[in-house]
Ligand binder design. Structure first.
Ligand code: GLA
Length: 424
């Protein structure tokens, strides 16, 4: 063996050893990252991970980003509900317009979802009955009249098809008419006192919950008791919402900063056991610590079960890291969690944008499924609309189906098709 050959061999062995030592380090880092993801991590420990723990490394992957092939729909035959049946339920928000169009939507809904939320039809402005409340005075002074004409069709559809519903929502600053807060139940009337409004709140919550329990027992699996009550910018020093844009939050004005506490207090008092009680809000990535802190008393008194993360996201959001951190923090604080209004917006309908959106959906569904495997109390995902033709985010193309209900790459992402990378 020549001297040069021997030297070359020694160099090769040394290089290999150095390379293997390096790999060991990478493995170690990954392991450390995983440990921090476990359910035992407390909220204060749940710091932003420095490495992306569950997916392949982010850097140097640019070529794959541009070349996502159109996936072969091997899972499509199953539908979302069936695909996730061992992990969690999959819901969808529908307005009456969708349920009224059987030809276009029913097959799609029944194929993919096993839970439903009314997009608008169980909100206070649908349920509260102004003329009957005003006409019924003084008898209605502490107990406004309500009716359920708005949600009748959707409720019927759910019962006929054995689909459970999320009741959205009882106490919210928006889509709650001003007349509900006034002396004579007219929009321009003088505002009532705190005590009167607390009585009205109690009766409203009691009447709505009793209506569903009596007439549709077992139908409502969850209730968004309070919606969007904490906001750093529009809240008081604790973050309790005082206004929304130019509008004041009348619950705050009339009842005060503890209005959300009383909403949960009354909801627990009247809800049957099978209804789980949720606080629901958007932008949770930026405010989960404040939400946990503000709800502590409600939680300590056993008045709340879960957190609804609305999840109106965009393809620019960091899902595997920031979003999942907020989600796990809620679980670690003792709540069950559901994504209640999921949509992921994208700026245009080019193939590249749609593929990016598909990857985001895949990452999100995959991460949520992993939560179940790790023992977190994760209760499911509801999409906020059946398709891009029926969404409040008209210019964001945020859903799984296009305007004609044709599946988008996003749908295959949610079904975790192999052709789509689980990479952000
Ligand atoms: C919030 C509410 C939903 C809905 C959307 C916009 O997320 O919780 O009920 O109004 O805004 O459609």
């Amino acid at each position: 063996m020549s001297r040069t050959f021997k030297t070359a061999n020694i160099i090769l062995i040394l290089l290999t050893a150095l390379f293997l030592a390096g790999c060991g380090k990478i493995e170690q880092q990954k392991d450390t990252g995983k440990v921090e993801e476990g359910p035992a991590v407390s909220v204060t420990e749940a710091v932003e991970p420095t490495a992306v723990p569950t997916e392949a490394p982010k850097a140097t992957a640019t070529p794959a980003f541009t070349a996502t092939p159109t996936p072969v729909p091997t899972h499509e035959t199953k539908g979302l509900a069936e695909y996730y049946k061992d992990s969690f339920p999959i819901g969808v928000a529908v307005p009456n317009g969708v349920i009224n169009n059987k030809t276009k939507y029913w097959d799609n809904i029944l194929h993919n979802y096993n839970q439903i939320t009314c997009e608008n039809e169980t909100k206070p402005d649908s349920v509260l009955f102004q003329s009957a409340s005003a006409k019924g005075l003084p008898g209605t002074y502490l107990e406004a009249a309500i009716h359920f004409d708005g949600c009748k069709k959707i409720v019927e559809f759910c019962e006929e098809n054995d689909i459970q519903m999320r009741l959205h929502t009882l106490v919210w600053h928006s889509q709650t008419p001003r007349w509900f807060f006034t002396e004579d139940y007219t929009p321009g009337g003088a505002l009532v006192s705190r005590d009167v409004m607390l009585k009205r709140m109690e009766n409203y919550i009691k009447d709505v919950l009793e209506y569903f329990d009596t007439n549709h027992p077992g139908l409502i699996y969850a209730v968004d008791v309070v919606n969007e009550c904490f906001d750093k910018g529009e809240g008081d020093t604790d973050g309790v919402r005082m206004r929304a844009g130019d509008n004041e939050n009348l619950w705050y004005t009339v009842v005060g900063a503890d209005y959300y506490y009383w909403a949960f207090y009354f909801a627990r008092k009247y809800a049957p056991n099978y209804m789980t009680l949720y606080y629901n809000d958007y932008g949770m990535t930026g405010k989960y610590e404040m939400v946990i802190k503000n709800l502590q008393k409600v939680k300590d008194e056993g008045l709340i079960d879960g957190i609804g993360m609305q999840s109106h996201l965009s393809v620019n959001d960091r899902i595997a890291t920031s979003f999942m951190l907020a989600l796990r923090s809620f679980c670690n604080a003792g709540y069950c969690v559901q994504l209640t209004e999921l949509d992921i917006g994208v700026s245009d309908t080019t193939e590249a944008s749609y593929n990016l959106q598909a990857r985001k959906y895949k990452v999100l569904f995959k991460e949520c499924q992993a939560l179940i495997e790790k023992g977190y109390d994760f209760r499911g995902i509801t999409l906020w609309g059946v398709g891009d033709g029926n969404t409040w985010r008209n210019n964001d193309y945020p859903l799984l189906f296009d305007k004609n209900m044709k599946p988008k790459p996003a749908y295959y992402g949610a079904l975790q098709e192999d052709g789509i990378l689980a990479m952000e």
